[in-house]
Design a protein around this ligand. Structure first.
Ligand SMILES: CC(C)(COP(=O)(O)OP(=O)(O)OC[C@H]1O[C@@H](n2cnc3c(N)ncnc32)[C@H](O)[C@@H]1OP(=O)(O)O)[C@@H](O)C(=O)NCCC(=O)NCCS
Length: 249
């Protein structure tokens, strides 16, 4: 059994699994493979040759508690998924997420509303990309990494497993926090090691590198390695690791 709204458009050679639910005005391109129990909400637009695995939900509307600090905007735009994306099982992609071409989004990842993602990124298993995040091209986010709201990740960045980023130094107390909310900024080619913590508003400059387990409380300079808690500048990134020497890899 499937439910396909009369107003949905499915492209040539697109195949749907059992119990797929395709809601009103959804457009799915040619040659897509949609798994079992996939739910695609109203107005979502999906390009050609996209694979979506079992139990994934696309175009979900955000929840809002009376205690949530941000109210959910009405009339969110539909989610858009570019051609040749591969989306794993149990992934949730919210409405008003804009995802470019050829991204791999692994099992259990969550991509919130008001996120834009360029092309050729790898978003690992169980990663969470919170709302109002902008991601460029060719980045890697490994398993369980957490990108907080209002962050920017440019291109060719690397985020190791279990990295945590943050945006609120007031930790949910004091109205002053509303003026100071700020996510993190990863400039082109910057890298963060496994289990590091990046404090609110910090910038990791081009080719900057954060060692495993570091707590970053100051901006990281271009092509410098920082290490420890609090993270301290220890040395420069080796020449052979600079992005300009690795662009073909
Ligand atoms: C920054 C890093 C590259 C340094 O590696 P390295 O140059 O081989 O460092 P060394 O092993 O020679 O260690 C040099 C010193 O720094 C210490 N050190 C190394 N890494 C450290 C870290 N992350 N935090 C604190 N101290 C560290 C070592 O204990 C050693 O101290 P000592 O001289 O007192 O014995 C490495 O620690 C790191 O963070 N790698 C990232 C791993 C990762 O997250 N990969 C992601 C994919 S899984």
């Amino acid at each position: 059994m499937q439910y396909i709204s009369d107003s949905a458009k499915l492209g040539k050679d697109t195949v749907l699994g059992h119990n797929a639910v395709i809601m009103d005005n959804v457009e799915i391109g040619d040659g897509c493979l949609i798994g079992h129990n996939v739910v695609i909400h109203e107005d979502t637009i999906i390009g050609d040759n996209v694979r979506i695995d079992d139990n994934t939900v696309i175009g979900k509307k955000p929840l809002s508690s009376p205690r949530s600090i941000f109210k959910v905007a009405k009339n969110l735009k539909p989610a858009r998924i570019g051609s040749f994306c591969q989306i794993g099982a149990h992934v949730t992609i919210y409405a008003q997420a804009e995802i470019g071409e050829r991204n791999l989004i692994a099992d259990l990842a969550t991509i919130r509303e008001n996120v834009s993602i360029g092309r050729l990124n790898i978003i690992g298993r169980n990663c969470c990309i919170e709302n109002y995040v902008k991601i460029g091209d060719r980045n890697k986010f490994e398993t369980n990494s957490y990108i907080t709201a209002y962050s920017t990740v440019e291109d060719y960045c690397f985020v190791a497993p279990c990295v945590a980023t943050s945006n609120d130094n007031f930790m949910a107390r004091d109205p002053k926090r509303f003026e100071h909310f700020k996510g993190v900024t990863m400039k082109r080619g910057s890298r963060i090691g496994v289990n590091a913590t990046i404090l609110p508003g910090k910038t990791i400059a081009e080719d900057g590198m954060v060692a495993a387990g570091a707590v970053v409380s100051r901006d990281v300079d271009s092509a410098r390695i920082v290490l420890g808690n609090p993270a301290r500048d220890v040395r420069e990134v080796p020449e052979e690791q600079l992005l300009k020497n690795n662009l073909d890899k």
